[in-house]
Write a protein that binds this ligand. Structure first.
Ligand code: ZN
Length: 94
């Protein structure tokens, strides 16, 4: 499940939120939980960076911790079968 980091421009409060894939694509409509301003920014999170980095050569990434490996396999399952990234990642993490 995607994990977003949000930051408030008004009071600089930062927090994390979890969303389903459907909600993930929607713009943030929640006010800041601290000051209730609507000046909320989405920060780039690890999940988004990993998705953008599917051209990375995962076979050179060794000794990953189990939870990270499981997460990567879940991401690989969501990738297009035609771009080669899925099989490349599964070769690494099986
Ligand atoms: Zn705030």
């Amino acid at each position: 499940m995607p994990n977003y980091t949000y930051r408030c421009d008004a009071c600089d409060h930062a927090w994390e939120a979890f969303y389903s894939m459907a909600e993930y694509k929607k713009p943030c409509t929640e006010p800041c939980p601290e000051c209730e301003e609507m000046k909320v920014q989405k920060a780039v999170d690890g999940f988004a960076r990993v998705q953008l980095d599917t051209n990375h050569d995962w076979t050179k990434t060794k000794n990953l911790p189990g939870p990270f490996r499981e997460r990567m396999n879940k991401i690989a399952d969501g990738l297009s079968k035609t771009d080669g990234a899925k099989s490349r990642m599964h070769d690494q993490y099986k």
